[in-house]
Design a protein around this ligand. Sequence first.
Ligand SMILES: Cc1cc2nc3c(=O)[nH]c(=O)nc-3n(C[C@H](O)[C@H](O)[C@H](O)COP(=O)(O)O)c2cc1C
Length: 187
Amino acid sequence: MKRLIVGITGASGTVYAVELLKKLHELKTVEVHLVMSTWAKKNLALETTMTLKQLQELADYTYNINDQGATIASGSFLNDGMVIVPASMKTVAGIAYGFGDNLISRAADVTIKEQRKLVIVPRETPLSVIHLENLTKLARLGAQIVPPIPAFYNHPQTIQDLVDHQTMKILDAFQIPNENDHRWEGD
Ligand SMILES: Cc1cc2nc3c(=O)[nH]c(=O)nc-3n(C[C@H](O)[C@H](O)[C@H](O)COP(=O)(O)O)c2cc1C
């Protein structure tokens, strides 16, 4: 059983987190530790029809964003990595500068120091030099940057198709077997 930390921040695209949590719940092969920022909760209500309770029920454990004493704030808590989806530019900046002022940026900081897998799904457009430099720094530190950029070779027809593709890319990053979307099989 893999053990994954899922952080959700207040960037647009909460639906990507919803789908990832649904998929992980269905797979039943991953223990999910969920932490959401205040703005992630606001965007969940703004952008989806899912309630906070319904979302939290998809996780095995949930934590308060201000609980710096939570297990996931410590390097001694063994896990297979962390994904932040979607990741706001504020959280990206905090992680890039080691500013662990909440449980998401602290858990990400710990993930980097313990050299575990950190996957960041940044969402902003246009991207400023500040954003690009922070993301570049994190990529150099070993984080995998997986922006929600759709592919069109698989002929997506619906928003769900686009979200499914992104979910596949995140699961792939953690080598979690899935066939969430069509893969390119050559022309
Ligand atoms: C509806 C809405 C959409 C937002 N979308 C983005 C976004 O796509 N990217 C981003 O970096 N910030 C976005 N923000 C701003 C962040 O929510 C804000 O910077 C917040 O402080 C992030 O805090 P957090 O990272 O702790 O969630 C959005 C805010 C709102 C209300």
